[in-house]
Design a protein around this ligand. Structure first.
Ligand code: SF4
Length: 331
């Protein structure tokens, strides 16, 4: 590990000014991903700003709107166990509890989870020369190498890495809004715009500016609290990243047809992948296997696999059908 300085944040504005004046500074909250990457030599910050003293861990109702505001420093386990999350956003709870281990969830923050880096093995090993994300212009070792866990949607020839978060898949389905603060002021970023596809700059993973700090995540009021499901397919029953995951939500009419639908996928793209094209196919329909299969087909219409991960396309289709079926009968 290279030497670095350590400071404790005192307030949000001061922290963003520090980030602006020190481009190689990094904020640390739970440190569950950053410290690993520092030990491996992938991240080499000159300065660590410990943001834990900042008052950003509250989980509270948004005044009069029926939604929920989750502070960026709220721990994953605190979010999963919050009574309003259990009651109104069981999809988020399921996704959170399917990730990592209890010890890691006790440390990991919502802000840090949003900024997780890929677990592509070529990215995580600085001894490997070809990784455009770690070293722009060096190539992509996964294209012709080990790519079983890699992307099938939205990828580019510069990078086929996947985003590792479960929480973010649920946030994509929930249409979350990310609140950030920077030297230029505050702004809100819709979840769908927060993470980027790789294109030819896979090293830029989000639309967060380097001097901005995530302060909170808003969840809007929902029409499908009960009719939701998070399905995670992985290589072992716990403490494993998704091969494929699906967050599904169905708002039902009193007559039993689908009023609105949300489908988001994990483990398949550089960002949590919202299946926007597939959702309208479900609207107005009665929930059944045929309709769910049509939506799944549409969701995977542009999918492209590689030598080791072509199986993910069919796996994702089946996972969507299963998640929608569970959501439809959960109410
Ligand atoms: Fe690097 Fe992306 Fe290729 Fe993995 S998939 S080696 S992260 S460029």
């Amino acid at each position: 590990m290279i030497p670095f300085s350590y400071t404790r944040a005192t307030d949000v504005d001061q922290t963003t000014l520090q980030l602006a004046s020190a481009p190689r500074a990094k904020c640390i909250g739970g440190g569950t991903n950053l410290l690993d990457l520092m030990k491996m030599g992938v991240e080499t910050p000159e300065q660590l700003i410990d943001v834990n003293p900042l008052p950003l861990a509250k989980i509270e109702e948004i005044d009069g709107a029926g939604g929920l505001r989750i502070g960026a420093l709220a721990r994953n386990s605190d979010v999963a166990e919050h009574p309003l999350v259990i009651k109104r956003y069981p999809l988020l709870r399921e996704a959170l509890l399917s990730g990592a281990s209890p010890q890691l969830r006790n440390m990991a923050t919502v802000g840090g989870n949003l900024l997780q880096r890929t677990r592509c093995p070529y990215f995580c090993d600085p001894a490997f020369p070809a990784c455009n994300k770690r070293k722009p212009g060096s190539g992509c070792g996964a294209l012709e190498g080990f790519n079983r866990m890699h992307a099938i949607l939205g990828q580019s020839d510069h990078c086929i890495a996947t985003h590792p978060s479960d929480m973010c898949v649920a946030l994509a389905a929930l249409d979350a809004v990310i609140h950030v603060s920077g030297p230029q002021g505050k702004r809100e970023i819709p979840m769908r715009e927060f993470h980027r596809l790789p294109a030819n700059t896979p090293e830029i993973e989000t639309t967060l500016h380097p001097s901005e700090l995530i302060v909170a995540v808003d969840l809007p009021r929902l029409g499908f609290s009960e009719n939701s499901a998070y399905i995670k397919v992985r290589d072992r029953a716990s403490y494993a990243f998704a091969v494929v995951s699906v967050a599904a939500g169905l708002e039902m009419t009193s007559e039993g047809s689908i009023k609105t639908a949300r489908i988001a996928l994990g483990g398949v793209a550089h960002k949590p992948w919202r299946a926007f094209d597939a959702e309208p196919l479900l609207i107005g329909k009665r929930p059944n296997a045929e309709v769910f299969a049509q939506a799944a087909e549409m969701a995977l219409a542009g999918a492209r696999g590689y030598k080791q991960n072509k199986f993910k396309i069919e796996l994702a289709r089946r996972s969507i059908v299963r998640a929608l079926a569970v959501a439809a009968h959960a109410g």
